[in-house]
Design a protein around this ligand. Structure first.
Ligand code: AR6
Length: 174
């Protein structure tokens, strides 16, 4: 296993890394799940920055990512990426989920971040099957790390025990 990847079970708002990733929606205006938790814990500065981004570029397409500062959170930045809604698997969900991880990592590198934490994008409200999503996440991050030496650590933060078990199993099998 790529030694710069690790998994923990916990709340991503509590993690001290350079940047945490948010599983947002295309409005960028907040929502439930991890998105709600990040905006609640980080305070209104994050939402104000999201509104400025919307004013400039409009909404954020699925698979794309934008970056803001992190308000009161221990991280320096929040990358907001929009995962695909699971629609049975034939609506390009896999490529879109891959893009979320790749675009987030690219944005992190662009902002000189060395440590990044991901939630299990799309596996909550958006219904992406957890095992399939974990395979995509791990494979995409691993191949990104092969050509990038600037990122020192990628933490997969699993909130629910089911995702934590799935990640443990997938990483063991590598
Ligand atoms: N820290 C880490 N992971 C968390 C936390 C937390 N504090 N809270 C929940 N999770 P979801 P999605 C996990 O639904 O499926 C929002 O309303 C959760 O267990 O947050 O991409 C957005 O605004 C799950 O494994 O995101 C969008 O409308 C994972 O985060 C929509 O939900 C993702 O679940 C996005 O849906």
């Amino acid at each position: 296993m790529e030694e710069r990847m690790r998994i923990i079970q916990g709340d991503i708002t509590q993690i001290t890394v350079d940047v945490i990733v948010n599983a947002a929606n295309s409005s960028l205006l907040g929502g439930g799940g991890v998105d709600g938790a990040i905006h609640r814990a980080g305070g209104e500065d994050i939402l104000a920055e999201c509104r400025m981004i919307r004013a400039k570029q409009g909404s954020c397409a699925t698979g794309e990512a934008v970056i803001t500062t992190a308000g009161r959170l221990p991280a320096k930045y929040v990358i907001h990426t929009v995962g695909p809604v699971w629609n049975g698997g034939s609506k390009n969900e896999e490529q879109l989920l891959e893009s979320c991880y790749n675009n987030s990592l690219l944005l992190a590198v662009k902002h000189n971040c060395e440590t990044i934490a991901f939630p299990n994008i799309s596996t909550g409200i958006y219904g992406y099957p957890k095992e399939l999503a974990a395979k995509v996440a791990i494979r995409t991050v691993e191949s990104f790390l092969q050509t990038n030496k600037g990122i020192k650590e990628v933490v997969f933060v699993c909130y629910d025990f089911e995702n934590f078990s799935v990640y443990k199993k997938e990483l063991k099998e590598m």
